[in-house]
Design a protein around this ligand. Sequence first.
Ligand code: NI
Length: 175
Amino acid sequence: MALLKIARMGHPVLARAAEPVPDPAAPEIAALVGDMIETMEDAGGAGLAAPQVHVPLRLVIFHAPAHRNEGRAVPLTILINPIIEPLDGQRHVGYEGCLSLPGLTGAVPRFAHIRYGGFQPSGEWLEREAHGFHARVVQHECDHLDGVLYPMRMDSLASFGFADEVRKALEEQTR
Ligand code: NI
């Protein structure tokens, strides 16, 4: 296992569509997943997409800690060649961060309820329904596979800023 270098916004690998994984059960994919898990945990992220570690393949990993997902933890999940389907037109706006935009945050509208699916390294197909933070993180990570970073999804850049400043401002608003 190894820590991988994370690409930052501006690197072309983050701006293009990634290729489907030809064989989800290939040993080199399992090795990549292992390195991505180690890299995500080291960086303290909730998710990581293969293009973020300079591998232009359709593969993401994520987890949702209970305190960020209405008390329900979503375990570490791997999605290879994932698909997402919104279950209705409802969108929620929430703050997001990204390991490729360190220190920054912004408010992003996302579908509130989705169904998603993806291959596992075993070759099996996983399918789930998700809402809240869980749905948000899946949409954020899968956007990376199409060269889309969260600022490109924001309705307005007015809420875009350095996370520590934004946090301070929000705390003052609610005081
Ligand atoms: Ni990201």
